[in-house]
Design a protein around this ligand. Structure first.
Ligand code: ADQ
Length: 473
């Protein structure tokens, strides 16, 4: 038996280093946890995704690295991939599902490309599938896949998980009817459809009822062929990896470097992919307001802002970058002086050790998405704080806010409120910081990504088993 996992990105990277080519399998939280589950359950793992490398390259180097699980790349024509990924997946689904309807750029060509890409991936999965396998579909790129795989394999065990929010019907309804039906029916191909929160599951059920006329009962949507169970599965992180990294030698060195550079200042920190959903501009505006309202903090605080480049070919992302950079330069230009730069900005990726050094140097992690399925940065910050210091300020519009009960919560649109909460957090005594951190860590230690994978896959199996029993002979 094997687990067939499907996601847009493959957990593998191929990098040229001079004449050498290095192929490495990713050590990301999700891949590590699925691999560990497959090992424990004595099953194999096969990962299907869209190749961001040439077929020839893969064929040449696919046996040159230490392989922990099978990789099955799907090669898409460049034009098709552009329309599938940039147009329909990101300029329609991503923006709509994150409540940015005015950013939606729907066209039929994009939708057709999306369907075509889902069909190509379905062919691959169908070719790999053997009875007894579990198929796990990930995210908004493959909403049509469940139905396509179900049609070819009526008895397959299929789980689907959505990593972003599912919007309410008032938003979802703006899609053309054919797209609405396609997306919902696609998800309903699965035995289990998982979301980060119950709210998203409720929205999905509402959209199904209003679009397809099928009601839910106890979060089960019944069809002639099978039932689809809906559930809340808040994703998590590899808690121990972040917690233990506190004492890593390089992390300690980097942390000392950062804290001695800013020894007379408090540090506010944030890290995100460049994305309009992450509320980076609101965050900066709130920081500016904080400095205006509490001028006694001038020169006593610094905002370390790390943004990782993302989806640069999409125009909305380029616009957002310019907007953010203008705001940063306005703040630094109007408030800073030759001794003090209020916002220290990095537009690049940071490696794991630097990330932990930054998390563990920060007095505040300021996380303010205007909409976020979960937000793992919030969980990573808390898990890294073995010293029980620091405060998490977190948007109520991130899925993570439902679990991180001891965070200082904010409305990302209310810059006045964020300014006040920054001030409150900077003045928070160490006992309160430790109490909050300890409670959140206790929760995360138990609810880590390994448990998440196990819960999801066990439930997929159980729902499938129960369904087989209730099916008329
Ligand atoms: P993302 O939108 O990518 O994920 P998030 O959950 O915050 O958002 O995960 C980002 C990851 O990238 C974190 O692990 C973080 O450490 C890393 N990262 C961010 N900036 C970085 C940088 N500059 N350098 C290096 N690493 C960086 C989507 C959804 C989320 C959901 C996840 C998982 O949008 O809501 O939590 O999937 O389901």
């Amino acid at each position: 038996m094997k687990i067939i996992t499907i996601s847009y990105r493959l957990p593998v990277s191929i990098k040229k280093a001079g004449r050498k080519v290095n192929v490495t399998q990713s050590a990301g939280g999700l891949a590590t946890a699925i691999l560990s589950y497959s090992e424990k359950s004595s099953s194999n793992l096969t990962w299907v995704g869209i190749a961001d490398f040439e077929k020839e390259t893969w064929e040449k180097y696919k046996d040159s690295y230490s392989k922990k699980f099978d990789i099955e790349p799907v090669y898409l024509d460049r034009q098709l991939n552009r329309k599938f990924y940039n147009v329909f997946s990101n300029s329609v689904l991503w923006s709509l599902f994150h409540y940015f309807p005015s950013f939606v750029e729907y066209d039929d060509e994009g939708f057709e490309a999306y369907k075509a890409a889902n069909e190509i991936v379905a062919e691959k999965v169908n070719a790999l599938y053997e009875p007894g396998d579990i198929i796990w579909i990930h995210d908004y790129h493959f909403l049509g896949l469940g139905k396509l795989v179900r049609e070819a394999n009526p008895d397959a065990r299929i789980g689907f998980f959505l990593h972003i929010p599912f919007p309410n019907f008032e938003l979802f309804r703006i899609l053309p009817n054919k797209a609405k039906r396609y997306l919902l029916e696609g998800i309903l191909g699965a035995n289990l459809a998982g979301f980060h929160t119950w709210d998203y599951a409720i929205h999905f059920a509402e959209c199904v009822e209003k679009t397809l006329g099928i009601p839910q009962r106890n979060f089960v949507i019944s069809q002639d062929t099978h039932h689809t169970k809906l559930g809340s599965f808040p994703i998590s992180i590899d808690f121990n990896k972040f917690y233990d990294a506190f004492d890593n030698e390089n992390v300690v060195m980097l942390r000392n470097e950062i804290t001695s550079l800013y020894e007379d200042k408090k540090i506010i920190f944030s890290v995100d992919r460049l994305d309009y959903t992450k509320g980076i501009n609101n965050r900066l505006a709130a920081f500016e307001k904080f400095l205006q309202r509490y001028p006694e903090w001038k020169e006593k605080v610094v905002f370390l802002l790390v943004i990782v480049p993302s989806r640069e070919e999409i125009s909305k992302y380029g616009e957002r970058k310019r907007m953010i950079e203008l705001t940063i330069s306005r703040i630094n230009g109007s408030m800073g002086n030759y001794k003090w730069t209020p916002v220290v900005y990095q537009y690049q990726s940071v490696d794991f050790e630097k990330l932990i050094a930054l998390y563990t140097s920060a007095d505040i992690a300021l996380i303010s998405p205007v909409r976020d399925g979960m937000n793992l940065v919030a969980k990573e910050y808390v898990a890294s704080r073995k010293d029980l210091k620091g405060t998490l300020i977190l948007s109520i519009l991130a899925g993570a806010a439902k679990e991180m009960q001891d965070a200082i919560t904010i409305n990302p649109f209310d810059t006045e409120q964020i300014a006040e909460k920054i001030c409150y957090s900077l003045n928070m005594d160490e006992t309160e910081q430790a109490q909050r951190m300890e409670r959140m860590q206790r929760y995360l230690k138990k609810h880590d990504v390994f448990r998440w994978v196990a819960r999801f896959l066990t439930e997929t199996e159980e729902v499938h088993k129960a369904d087989i029993k209730t099916k008329p002979l």
